[in-house]
Design a protein. Structure first.
Length: 308
């Protein structure tokens, strides 16, 4: 790697290899038996200019905040605006565009940490972020944590584009989600504040169904069933003889079928998180973390050969 700040580690176990970068806490590649499972750029340096958030940990607040504005304890806050008038994935230089400290922990684990000062991208509070990533067999676990010195919003997500061995459009991939509700949004991706059932809509994936060109523009936020069992995957994706299973403790996820990628619709994002614009919608789950109640998220993703 020519950039002197850029570092990477490779986790390996039982034929699975995962490459991670200290820039953006990025998952650069994930292979099973040598077959790529995620969209990967050619070199590490390519991620320094990537505009599609490929593989990053997004934050401080993932997804969109309308006009980059919100109120906290009666004080108006203005965040950076990097998606038209809106704030997206932490701003102009969110967590996915910062260099993290990286500490390998044997051949199967790594710890990444980042100290975010008060005022960065407009956010209140100083926050220490950590992401512990561990590979065990076919399962990769992301443990995300944030310790603020005073109340501040935090909503992280992991932003892999999953291909599961494919090189063309994702049509035919079968997707299942334990999501019973959605948060409808306008053309700029800002939710109206409504929480509506998915039953009878194009966002109903409670029964597995194959993605098709009708899903080309999907970029929607869904909310998981509150009664789901912890052992039940919140998402399952099957294609090309591989199966992805995802477990999350987040209230929902953003489903994005990659319409704006250079090769459109060739990968799918499944991004567990709180809903977009939660800071301005009182009926959405709160994303305010405090010293007494710091931020925590655990995401587990298993990718293996599909069994009949």
């Amino acid at each position: 790697m020519s950039n002197p700040l850029l570092r990477r580690v490779v986790l390996r176990d039982k034929g699975v290899a995962v490459t991670l970068l200290n820039y953006g806490a990025i998952t650069q590649s994930w292979t099973v038996g040598g077959v790529p499972m995620v969209r990967a750029l050619t070199t590490g340096e390519d991620y320094l200019t990537d505009q599609f958030f490929t593989g990053i940990i997004a934050g401080r607040v993932a997804n969109r905040t309308a006009s980059g504005r919100f109120s906290l304890n009666g004080a108006r806050q203005q965040l950076s605006q990097n998606d038209g008038p809106h704030h997206l994935h932490g701003g102009v230089r969110g967590l996915g565009k910062r260099f993290w400290e990286m500490e390998p922990d044997g051949p199967q684990a790594v710890r990444l940490s980042y100290h975010s000062p008060e005022g960065e991208e407009g956010y209140p509070a100083t926050v220490d972020f950590t992401v512990n990533i561990h590979l065990s067999g076919h399962t990769l676990t992301y443990e995300m944590a944030a310790e603020p010195d005073r109340p501040t919003p935090i909503n992280l997500t992991q932003h892999n584009y999953y291909t599961l061995g494919g090189t063309g459009p994702i049509w035919g991939a079968k997707l299942a989600l334990t999501a019973e509700h959605a948060t409808p949004a306008n053309a700029e991706g800002i939710p109206s504040g409504e929480i509506v059932p998915v039953a009878g809509t194009s966002l109903d994936f409670r029964t597995p169904r194959a993605l098709s060109p009708k899903d080309a523009a999907l970029d929607a936020n869904l909310l998981f069933s509150k009664s789901r069992a912890p052992t039940t995957p919140v998402a399952t994706l099957c294609t090309n003889g591989y199966r992805l299973q995802m477990w999350s403790d987040q209230p929902g996820l953003q489903l994005y079928t990659g319409a704006h990628l250079p090769a459109p619709n060739t990968a799918i994002c499944l991004e567990p998180q709180a809903p977009p614009n939660a800071l301005n919608q009182p009926d959405f789950p709160s994303i305010i973390a405090t010293p007494a109640q710091p931020y925590r998220q655990v995401l587990r993703v298993k990718i293996s050969k599909a069994t009949r």
